[in-house]
Design a protein around this ligand. Sequence first.
Ligand code: MLT
Length: 209
Amino acid sequence: MSDDLGFVHRWVPGEAGTALPTLLLLHGTGGNESDLLSLGSLLWPGVSVLSPRGNVSENGAARFFRRLAEGVFDIDDLIARTHELADFVGAASGQYGFDAGNVIAVGYSNGANIASSMLLLRPGTLAAAVLLRPMVPLEPDNPPDLTGMPVYLGAGQLDPIVPIDNVTRLAELLKGYGADVSLTWQPTGHGLTREDVQSAKDWLAASRA
Ligand code: MLT
């Protein structure tokens, strides 16, 4: 674990060096930099992993940006934190030597939301994104160019936190900017299931084939 570059984080170099992508793992509310390491190795064994801990504390629960209430985001904070995270990824690439042009975000819940905010505000940071239980983070003032950007959305039909129409709106928003969006529904709630992992894994495998 390291706490430099502005985020407490873990960097796990991949077995194949820097030839493969780096997964940027972004945990949900109350998680930490270790939470998604096993998900990362299930999704793509042997790749390098960069896993920061969100810098915001909500009564002790780590998050990537502030919220005013459940599903109501502090947009100014979200914008500032999105740039902070994108800058961290660039600085980490300089420190650890991975290819900044080949970073795939894997975010769950709050982590998925800052990942989609990065797609909308700093699209050059990511080569692809796996967004698990995401919602619309914000509507950008300037349209990002997401032409051909592979984005996987893993949603739950029974999710009590993310309404179905919010996920479909996110899919349409990203598609409107040119992203190649794959929206997958699971018959479940906000928590991830084995099926989520398998589906995201299959999508990742297909998108690099
Ligand atoms: C958020 O605040 O990002 C979403 O409501 C998901 C969560 O509960 O963290």
